[in-house]
Ligand binder design. Sequence first.
Ligand code: GRF
Length: 197
Amino acid sequence: KNIVILISGRGSNMESVVRASQAEQWPARIAAVISNKADAAGLVFARANGIVTAVVPSKDFASRADFDVALQQAVDAFAPDLVVLAGFMRILTAPFVEHYAGRMINIHPSLLPDFPGLATHRQALEAGVARHGVSVHIVTAELDHGPVLGQAEVEVLPGDTEATLAARVLVQEHILYPRVIRAFIEGRPGAGSGTAA
Ligand code: GRF
């Protein structure tokens, strides 16, 4: 099976998926890592690990629709069974989402349905919740609203800042995402739930 991972920046989730796929010898390969930014740090790790990379620079496109057409071409060149959004900071158009219906997933740093959108750690602190975390979900037309495949929780501690909370959640992201992706490609979606630590 072919997995294509889309990133925009640091790429630490992509890195955790690549490392797990290699260490656990998944029946799938990371066919490509594609970024909408040429300077995404994650591209360096991907190339150093022998993974094919591509850049579709979103800044070069006049419209969201034009960008998505180009991105779809780039992604489809690798015949993906699964498209993995890993810190891919673009809102995708409905035709793009529809094209990958049921085979595109995203990781979102909150316990959905709580706190969709941006600045999730600030939202959690402002809401005063005791538990926060991360969700992996199927991508549907409505942002951060598709069916949840797995979640992991962390405790919100007294004195937490956005940075300390984000770091605690990120540890769980790096455990959860490979677990859910592996379950998906092995045909056991939903088997990825649970807090690992
Ligand atoms: C992660 O917190 C992810 O949940 C969110 O954006 C961040 C990306 O981090 N969607 P990285 O690029 O995977 O390091």
